[in-house]
Design a protein around this ligand. Structure first.
Ligand SMILES: [Zn+2]
Length: 200
């Protein structure tokens, strides 16, 4: 496992890979993660497919009593549909570097300004959405573009995938490639053994 935080030119960031067994696990896994970040007053941007976002909204309203307060929610939590964000930077089924910087980079920049002293955390399901649509290489490229973005913005990015992405992938080493693009990895409900990871 690499160091917990990456750094470049004094900018520190966290880029972590989270793998859940299936969508149901992913929902509860991502919800617990987002709730913990919101509760510690981080600013959280959740980018997931609609069904996951609906689960997150229900979970946050249930688990965090003050979450319903419009002002709190508006300041500390933003949920965005992954498909809509993908549409902003995908060109001919491939992540366009300039459009990614405009769309996702612009989002990060605005979040940092709005968060002021708070940490900005992005719960990211963009790669998973691309991979679930069969665009595995585009998902890997999007991860590389996140890394480029992290050289400029002090944000934490937690990328969530489900195990089905890897079993459906024709690219046998997709998991190890994604691992190599992240500082740390968490295998939530997947309980993947280190040996399996090495042979992936
Ligand atoms: Zn990532």
């Amino acid at each position: 496992m690499k160091s917990l935080n990456g750094s470049n030119r004094g900018i520190t960031y966290q880029h972590e890979l989270h793998v859940a067994r299936h969508e149901k696990d992913l929902c509860s896994y991502a919800a617990a993660h987002v709730a913990a970040c919101v509760a510690t007053r981080h600013m959280v941007i959740a980018i997931f497919p609609k069904a996951v976002l609906e689960y997150l909204d229900d979970y946050l309203e249930r688990e965090i009593p003050y979450f319903r307060a419009t002002s709190f929610q508006a300041i500390q939590y933003l949920s965005l549909e992954a498909d809509q964000i993908c549409a902003e930077f995908m060109r001919n089924d491939w992540p366009d570097e300039i459009e990614f910087a405009k769309s996702v980079g612009g989002l990060a920049k605005r979040a940092i300004c709005a968060a002021r002293q708070s940490k900005v955390v992005i719960s990211n399901g963009l790669g998973m959405s691309l991979a679930l649509a069969g665009k595995m290489e585009a998902a890997v490229r999007a991860e590389e573009l996140w890394i480029e973005l992290l050289q400029h913005y002090p944000i934490d990015v937690h990328c969530f995938y489900t195990q089905e992405v890897f079993s459906a992938s024709k690219s046998e080493n997709l998991l190890s490639r994604l691992c190599s693009l992240h500082e740390t990895q968490q295998f939530g409900a997947m309980h993947l053994q280190q040996q399996e990871l090495k042979s992936a």
